[in-house]
Design a binder for this molecule. Structure first.
Ligand code: ZN
Length: 139
């Protein structure tokens, strides 16, 4: 286990732009406020979505695509540095018109409406390739 203390410096609420990409908008928010690291929660609705499921045997992501409006019943993630860029690691629980849920790593989704709460941490967080999982994990 690797751990460290973090201190929250600022907190923001944001409404993401309709028609924009959900994850890119959170990364833009982090850019706009100069957040090198943070944690966020969000909710809202999207017009489509691509979730990723990580196959632990093959060590690769498999996409699951949705070409329909979905509620973002819950969304949680964090902001850290990946190869010098801000990366919003984003997970979401999406629901359809019958309340059926789909969940996973959110790669992309087109915003319909959203409300985000971002807590910014003082110290930056960096990701680096991990040979065991073949994922980019925190240092
Ligand atoms: Zn993930």
């Amino acid at each position: 286990m690797h751990y460290r203390a973090v201190e929250t410096t600022d907190e923001y609420v944001a409404r993401l732009e309709t028609g924009a990409d959900w994850r890119a908008e959170i990364e833009s928010l982090a850019d706009a406020v100069g957040a090198e690291a943070g944690w966020f929660t969000a909710l809202g609705a999207v017009q489509d979505a691509e979730l990723w499921f990580y196959d632990q045997d093959a060590c690769e992501y498999n996409p699951i695509e949705f070409d329909e409006p979905l509620e973002v019943a819950a969304c949680v993630g964090n902001v850290s540095r990946l190869e010098g860029e801000r990366f919003a690691h984003t997970h979401a629980v999406l629901s359809d018109d019958e309340g059926t849920t789909y969940a996973g790593h959110l790669n992309e989704a087109t915003v319909w409406a959203s409300e985000v709460h971002l807590r910014v941490f003082e110290a930056p967080l960096e990701r680096e390739y991990d040979e065991t999982t073949e994922l980019d994990l925190w240092l």
